[in-house]
Design a protein around this ligand. Structure first.
Ligand code: GLU
Ligand code: ZN
Length: 239
């Protein structure tokens, strides 16, 4: 569980969420994580939110959302805000919030905190092959497009050239965050963090962008999720 540092100095009403993706039969992991969010919210008189993360068009399966609702209700894990019950921070389905992600991607681009990458699949495959061959410490994007002139990149994008938008991870320094289940803060060096794709070539946001934008605008105070997300957390903190 990680907590935004600003939440410490400005106490806000506790708000937690689960954010399942409707990509098949309800996952037991969704119920498991929902339980912790639910009891944490109920114990503190906070708010438990259900958000559907359905921006991955390839993995989307019809009927899966309804099955998630049914499974969670059957377990007694009622949510206070969600796609079917509404709430003040809706809509609660990411596919209905696309304008917000586009807007936030533009803000990041304008600030130079994100950049457009025009690399082809072939180039990226080649980079990866070389990294594997040289047993590079870091696998991932090599920063090829970081130095592109932003005005030039805007022109190429406007002309319809295929590209993605990437997070400009600082070259130096490190990112630190608290996992409240561990005694010590976790620190990950920025040079080991990949320039994550935020907007895919089809214009859809990746999980990372949509998830962080929503946690921010939905006023989420604590993130409780599976431990496999710890390695992604530096990207989320930077975002
Ligand atoms: N959509 C993500 C999932 O299905 C949410 C993970 C998170 O809680 O940030 O696992
Ligand atoms: Zn590139």
């Amino acid at each position: 569980m990680s907590e935004a540092s600003h939440a410490v100095s400005t106490p806000r009403p506790l708000r937690v969420r689960i954010a399942p993706s409707p990509t098949g039969d309800p996952h037991v992991g969704t119920a498991y994580i929902a339980l912790f969010n639910y009891v944490f919210a109920r114990k503190a008189g906070g708010t438990f939110i259900l958000r559907i993360e359905d921006t991955d068009q390839e993995r989307y399966t019809a009927g899966s959302e309804a099955a998630i609702f049914e499974a969670l209700r059957w377990l007694g894990l009622e949510w206070d805000e969600g796609p079917d019950v509404g709430g003040p921070h809706g809509p609660y389905r990411q596919s209905e919030r696309m304008g917000l992600y586009r807007e936030q991607a533009r803000v990041l681009l304008a600030r130079g905190e994100a950049y457009r990458c025009f690399c082809t699949r072939e180039r990226l495959d080649e980079v990866r092959k070389q990294q594997l061959a040289s047993k590079s410490e870091k696998l991932g994007y090599d920063g090829h497009c970081r130095a592109l002139d932003p005005a030039e990149a805007e022109r190429r994008a406007a002309a319809g050239e295929v590209h993605v938008v990437r997070l400009r991870v600082p070259e130096g320094g490190a990112t630190t965050f608290r996992d409240h289940l561990r005694p010590e803060p976790i620190t990950i060096e920025n040079r080991l963090v990949d320039d994550q794709v935020l907007v895919k070539s089809d214009g859809f946001p990746t999980y990372h962008l949509a998830n962080v934008v929503d946690d921010h605008f939905m006023g989420i105070t604590h993130v409780i999720r599976g431990e496999e997300w710890i390695t992604s957390t530096p990207k989320h903190v930077l975002l």
